[in-house]
Design a binder for this molecule. Structure first.
Ligand code: GLN
Length: 490
């Protein structure tokens, strides 16, 4: 079996049936990480215990135990997720040496399902960014073209998965951080409906928007992973009580009865010609497969980027107040600590610990939440957010799934946009409205640019209708020009 390109279900089945040991699988991928990651910088911490963990699984299998649906599948976990005993920095100096005493619920569920954690994956600091360039650990490279960004903030996850350094990864998406890097690196990334997946143990960025999801190599692998991580968690009161559907078993590529909505506002903007072509091809493909194409409109989506940046920065400024150097994380050095004023202590610690982009957002967010401005900014943004959601709900009366580009252009060069925050924020023009409305969204690879960079198609469905979105993605995947193509770095 070619482990490098094996699917998650193939690996799990082979391990459970003792065709290959979990140890052999872990060793295979550990070797890939050791030889290839130097070029990519996708791993921030490697799990020294991975081989031992795999051996423990093998011992249980030898005793006849069923170790779970993801038996022996090697996973990489974004730095945002707390992992017991394994460093978790959120890409920030302020958490440089933070080793969590517990696992995030999703990590615990994946472990209970049999995964082997290979290590932690690079990301933009506190998931603020679209290029991985704000990481304290230095930028991750795009495996398709090493001078390009992998996207962000889950850029490490996307790069490691595209280079097949692991069989599956986990990312988080607050405004596009799963879908945009998935598109830039040619993998499948899903942001489930808000409330589908527990946020417990995930380092909080903007709590009303954050959601975790799989970044993997196929739609079926995504469905399988979602089945494991989804569902009610008493530690996160925003998780739904709804049961978790058998998405992977129910997958069908028959789109004959489906109505695909094209969002007027997202189809008329100026797109890179290769993105334009990819979108057109995907529409043609679905038409040929028998789907009906309809036009829908979400006029308020025009305000998605400003509304997102007001809400995300406000919530971030509140969430990040906990990093004060008192209980854990980075603390500035003082000659005589007991004589230091508290404000000086906080100021120096936070001044040293946070990067430029994070500071920018804390200042913006604090301003939005301050008395006198709260109503004009944070409250108003919340009202517009509601209108965006209402318009989406109207649009979904006319279609099952909305199809759009993920970004206006393929991956850009490292260094090209980092000095201009506004240009960077405009990366999120097609992705943030999904988070504001709490909808499920995903990216599925469907094109290659002239420069051989992958391009994804974004699919969005109504709340808790992940199956419809996955089915359309499954259909597109079966006809994708990117199928079987891989970055040459591997
Ligand atoms: N690029 C967006 C931001 O910087 C989205 C990030 C995310 O989804 N975590 O906030």
């Amino acid at each position: 079996m070619d482990l490098t390109f094996a699917s998650i279900s193939d690996i799990a089945e082979a391990v459970q049936n003792k065709k290959v040991s979990a140890k052999e699988v872990a060793e295979h991928f550990a070797k890939r990480i050791a030889t290839l990651d130097e070029k990519l910088n996708s791993f921030t911490t490697k799990n020294d215990q991975a081989i031992k963990d795999a051996e423990a699984l093998d011992a249980r299998i030898a005793k006849g135990e069923n170790v779970g649906p993801l038996a022996g599948v090697p996973f990489g976990i974004k730095e945002m997720f707390c992992t017991k005993g394994l460093k978790t920095t959120a890409g920030s100096k302020i958490l440089e040496n933070f080793v969590p005493p517990y696992d995030a619920t999703v990590v615990a569920r994946l472990k209970a399902a049999g995964i082997v954690v290979m290590g932690k994956l690079n990301q933009d600091e506190f998931a603020m960014g679209s290029s991985n360039e704000t990481s304290f650990h230095g930028p991750t490279k795009n495996p398709w073209k090493l001078d390009c960004v992998p996207g962000g903030s889950s850029g490490g996850s996307a790069a490691a998965q595209a280079a097949r350094l692991v069989a599956g990864t986990l990312g988080t998406d607050t405004g596009g951080s799963i879908r945009q890097p998935a598109s830039f690196c040619g993998i499948v990334g899903v942001k489930p409906t808000y409330g589908r997946v527990s946020r417990y143990g995930i380092i909080a960025y903007a709590s009303s928007l954050d959601q975790a999801g799989p970044m993997v190599s196929s739609v079926k692998d995504a469905a399988l992973t979602m089945e494991v991580i989804s569902g009610f968690d008493s530690f996160d009161s925003t998780t739904t009580q709804r049961s978790v559907p058998a998405w992977s078993k129910n997958l069908k590529s028959d789109v004959k009865s489906m109505k695909i909505g094209l969002m007027k506002e997202y189809m008329s903007g100026s797109l890179h010609p290769d993105v334009q072509k990819t979108v057109e091809n995907s529409i043609e493909t679905l038409k040929k497969m028998g789907a009906e194409i309809v036009e829908v409109s979400v006029p308020m989506s025009e305000f998605a980027v400003p509304v997102y940046y007001l809400i995300a920065a406000s919530e971030a400024s509140s969430n990040l107040a906990r990093y004060d150097g008192v209980k854990y994380g980075h603390r500035a050095e003082f000659k005589n600590l007991s004589a230091v004023e508290l404000e000086t202590f906080y100021g120096k610690t936070r001044g040293e610990g946070f990067g430029k982009e994070v500071k920018r957002r804390i200042m913006l967010g604090t301003y939005c939440l301050s008395s006198g401005y709260y109503d004009a900014y944070y409250n108003k943004a919340g009202q517009v957010r509601r209108l965006i959601m209402n318009e989406y709900l109207e649009a979904f009366k006319k279609c099952d799934v909305i199809l759009s580009p993920v970004t206006t252009a393929p991956a850009f060069k490292i260094g090209e946009r980092i000095s201009d925050p506004l240009t960077m924020y405009l990366n999120d023009i097609f992705t943030t409205s999904t988070n504001l409305a709490g909808l499920p969204g995903m990216s599925v690879p469907f094109g290659l640019s002239q420069e051989n960079l992958p391009i994804g198609i974004q699919l969005t469905a109504s709340h808790f209708e992940e199956q419809k979105m996955l089915d359309v993605a499954y259909a597109l995947e079966s006809a994708s020009p990117v199928k079987g193509k891989n970055p040459h770095v591997i």
